[in-house]
Design a protein around this ligand. Structure first.
Ligand SMILES: *Cc1c(COP(=O)(O)O)cnc(C)c1O
Length: 458
């Protein structure tokens, strides 16, 4: 098993060939999901005691298994939050896999962690965070939010010198907060409250202040973090980040910004102002696997002062103590210590490689392109009598209605588009009403193609 022979050689060639074919597809087929019984019929039991020919297993993957997954990077995959990795980031992901670097500690992964940190620095600078800021790439926004909030809770308890060690923490979020914040609160056994929003799903500093004012003195002491959303997932709006930062400052609480989707647009001059105040956060997350053209999985988790994260997350064990230094300096930058994990893939590297190769200006251009298409398609919708644009997009999520359609009609339309391999647009809802939502993160998505698809709504 652990040797390289002629068979390995042939397998290597075929894997690289197949991988190249997939990377070169422009666009890749949309493909579709298959039921368990279909997959059982088509491939059945793939693992056998005696093993199988690798080429045969590979072909099964290429011809049946991979096409049983919807292509998130198809330009007309517009549901949820898609991804659109650059060719170079995907190619470099192959390299990262081949190198199998342990990314948990500086001792073992110095060269990789060094450049991961440069990619992180680009994001920290875009946000206007201080030179002391730093963080780690974790698997996704949910993992990033949880780790940031654990650090927030740790600081809250630490500052209370033991007086809050047995007190249940309270996390305050904005109205459009992602489900992973509530999930993090559950995992942390914390209470969780959300403030009001305006009609567009945005929360202001006043909304957050009203929530804080409604708390008893006792509950106010339980607040360990305030969370603002920089780009809500359903409607794509940015909270009044500066306003929420003010409230966090007033009550002396950790301020976390969840920018998993939206903070990618920090690099786009046309919308940068929406994020003003983000520079005051104690922690920030943004997912390069969403709107920064990196493959799964990749979330940048950045702290204003990584020392707090270190105190909350560092694992101590006889066999690990060699990694810790008395005076944490450059040489003691252990990504493991900054989140709830230990072993880690250097998942920031595909993002770093693509940034290094194309340069940050290309990122700003690609981002502006997706924003431009979002505005254009919003205008097309606005001009179409049987469609109703529900709001002007702030970022790249466009929400609208097909007048007089029922939930069932939306679903049937969506199913038909996917079955035809044409587009993947699932219905969502706004204030309890079914609507359609386009999330545009792919610079290959064009207004013309999108308009064609919308014509099928007649
Ligand atoms: C997508 C998203 C998350 C969760 O990120 P994952 O990478 O899917 O775990 C969290 N917050 C927001 C605002 C998101 O859009």
């Amino acid at each position: 098993m652990h040797f390289y022979d002629d068979e390995s050689d042939e397998l290597a060639k075929r894997i690289l060939e197949r991988a190249m074919e997939r990377i070169q597809m422009d666009p890749p087929p949309l493909d579709g999901s298959r039921s368990l019984s279909e997959l059982q019929r088509l491939v059945g039991q793939t693992i056998r005691p005696e093993g199988r020919n690798g080429l045969e297993v590979l072909e099964e993957f290429v011809s049946v298994l991979a096409p049983s997954c919807i292509s998130v990077d198809h330009p007309l995959f517009l549901s949820f939050v898609p991804g659109a990795p650059t060719e170079s980031s995907v190619l470099f992901d192959l390299m990262v896999s081949a190198s199998n670097i342990y990314g948990g500690s500086w001792l073992e992964g110095a060269g990789a962690v060094y450049v991961e940190n440069q990619a992180m620095r680009w994001l920290a600078d875009l946000a206007g965070m201080p030179a002391s800021a730093g963080g780690v790439f974790v698997s996704g926004g949910s993992a990033g939010n949880l780790s940031a909030l654990i650090a927030a809770r740790h600081r809250w308890r630490e500052r209370a010198n033991g007086s809050l060690d047995r007190t249940r923490p309270l996390i305050l979020g904005t109205g459009g907060a992602h489900s992973s914040i509530s999930q993090a609160a559950t995992a942390m056994d914390a209470d969780y409250l959300r403030c009001a929003t305006d009609g567009r799903g945005k929360s202001s500093g006043a909304d957050m202040r009203a929530l804080v004012d409604s708390l008893s003195v006792e509950d106010r002491r339980r607040v360990c973090a305030l969370v603002a959303t920089a780009g809500t997932t359903n409607l794509g709006v940015v909270d009044d980040v500066a306003g929420v930062a003010d409230v966090a400052g007033e009550i002396g609480t950790w301020f976390h910004v969840d920018g998993a989707y939206g903070a990618a647009a920090l690099c786009a001059p046309s919308v940068r102002h929406l994020f003003n105040g983000i520079e005051r956060c104690d922690s920030l997350i943004v997912d390069p696997h969403k709107w920064l053209f990196a493959p799964y999985d990749c979330c940048a988790l950045i702290y204003r002062d990584p020392a707090h994260a270190r105190r909350a997350h560092t694992q101590h064990a006889e066999y690990l103590d060699v990694l810790q230094q008395d005076e944490p300096g450059d040489e003691a930058w252990n990504p493991s210590d900054l989140a709830h994990h230990l072993s880690r893939r250097t998942r920031g590297l595909p993002f770093w490689f693509s940034l290094a190769m194309h340069g940050t200006e290309a990122y700003a251009d690609a981002m502006e392109e997706t924003l431009r298409v979002s505005r254009e398609i919003a205008a097309v919708i606005d001009e179409t009598p049987h469609l109703e644009l529900l709001m002007q997009p702030e970022l790249s999520i466009v929400v609208f209605r097909r007048r007089s359609w029922t939930a069932k009609q939306y679903q049937q339309w969506s199913d038909r588009l996917l079955a035809e391999g044409r587009a993947f647009i699932v219905p969502s809802s706004m204030r309890g009403e079914t609507m359609l939502r386009l999330c545009i993160v792919n610079p290959r998505t064009t207004t013309a193609e999108l308009s064609e698809v919308l014509r099928t709504l007649e």
